[in-house]
Design a protein around this ligand. Structure first.
Ligand SMILES: NC(=O)C1=CN([C@@H]2O[C@H](COP(=O)(O)OP(=O)(O)OC[C@H]3O[C@@H](n4cnc5c(N)ncnc54)[C@H](O)[C@@H]3O)[C@@H](O)[C@H]2O)C=CC1
Ligand SMILES: O=C(O)C1=NCCCC1
Length: 320
């Protein structure tokens, strides 16, 4: 059994490899080549903090894996005197033939990268491939996922302006400065209000722990695409409910919908899973219709990433 540290993971993965792994997982899901149980949540009494288990199996020559991610989701960490990330994780990768543990892999970075890549895959297939404009990107939330989505969307798309908003303005300002310096650009801008961030944006990403809506229906321009990623009171807390009534809402997996989006499922009919969009089986015809990718996060994305990381690690060791 080997341990692959967070530092090592960061040395091995790239945005292109992550995108391919996640896109494959989404497609394989719709081809029924995956097994994925709803995740379990063990919540600490009297607190929002919980331990989450995410087991999955993906059948694929390149990215196939049997694994289980253990995640602690401690939204209270944001409000500690010294704030900490709210999502921490490790993955156990198993041998498909013997059931033995092949590797334990640090998955803090994997969770950031694969979640941002899932939003990018959804945006490409639901939105960009229909020749829709990519001028202004709005990111609400400047935590770990805010950073990952900013980097990932800068890498895969050609936005002219990437606006970042955060509940605590200093955090957004710091991220914007850091990204502009790193990329020697001024496309990243810090906006003080969530309304200002969203109005006029072509693509919108929500990555906060907000318990109540941070996006109101009438702020969103017609035809815009939203990746709703954060988990607050529920997985659909970040958007005003009204918005869902006249949008086409795509999901990643039905097991997650049944257990974590049952409230929303009573109000709307989901359009279908992103894997089916990748395979051209479903689409949004009306160019003016708002589209939403309601991202829950899938265990099979973590399986694909753990196989990617494991194979790259072994290849690297052989070359040393
Ligand atoms: N769909 C998916 O696949 C995944 C979703 N997530 C979710 O994405 C969200 C962000 O995760 P991280 O960036 O890792 O967390 P983080 O702790 O690094 O950042 C959270 C951000 O939310 C903001 N925030 C907290 N409470 C808020 C409130 N009441 N109103 C507005 N903003 C608030 C904080 O200022 C912070 O910038 C979490 O809810 C997490 O559960 C995380 C991983 C995967
Ligand atoms: O998909 C994941 O990984 C997570 N999703 C929401 C909560 C934290 C981890």
């Amino acid at each position: 059994m080997i341990y692959i540290s967070e530092d090592m993971v960061l040395r091995l993965i790239t945005w292109d490899k992550t995108f391919e792994a996640v896109e494959t997982a989404m497609k394989k899901y719709s081809e029924k080549q995956t097994i994925q149980n709803a995740r379990t949540k063990t919540q600490i009494i009297g607190k929002p903090n919980m331990l989450v288990t995410m087991p999955g199996y993906l059948n694929d020559a390149k990215y196939g894996a049997l694994g289980c991610k253990l995640v602690s989701f401690f939204p209270g960490n944001n409000d500690l005197p010294k704030p900490m990330p709210s999502v921490l994780a490790n993955i156990m990768l198993f041998d498909e033939n013997s059931g033995a543990v092949k590797a334990v892999i640090g998955a803090f970075e994997i969770t950031k990268w694969r979640t941002a890549a899932a939003s990018a895959v959804a945006t490409k297939h639901i939105y960009e491939n229909r020749n829709k404009p990519c001028n202004i990107l709005a990111i609400l939330g400047a935590g770990q996922q805010g950073w990952a989505h900013a980097e990932c969307f800068k890498y895969f798309f050609k936005f002219k302006e990437i606006r970042i908003w955060n509940r605590t303005p200093q955090k957004a300002n710091q991220l914007v400065t850091e990204l502009n310096v790193k990329h020697n650009t001024n496309i990243f801008t810090h906006v003080i209000s969530n309304e200002e961030c969203v109005r006029g944006a072509d693509v919108i990403i929500t990555v906060t722990n907000a318990l109540d809506p941070i996006i109101m229906d009438d702020w969103v321009k017609s035809g815009a695409h939203i990746n709703a990623v954060g988990l607050g009171r529920t997985h659909h807390s970040e958007l005003e409910e009204k918005l869902y009534y006249h949008a086409d809402v795509y999901i990643d997996h039905w097991e997650g919908v049944n257990s974590e989006l049952s409230g929303l499922a009573k109000l709307i009919e989901f359009k279908g899973e992103v894997g089916k969009v990748i395979m051209n089986q479903i689409t949004t015809e009306d160019i003016n219709r708002i589209t939403v990718f309601q991202s829950l996060g899938m265990a099979i994305e973590d399986c694909a990433m753990s196989r990617l990381v494991y194979d790259l690690y072994i290849k690297n060791q052989k070359n040393v």
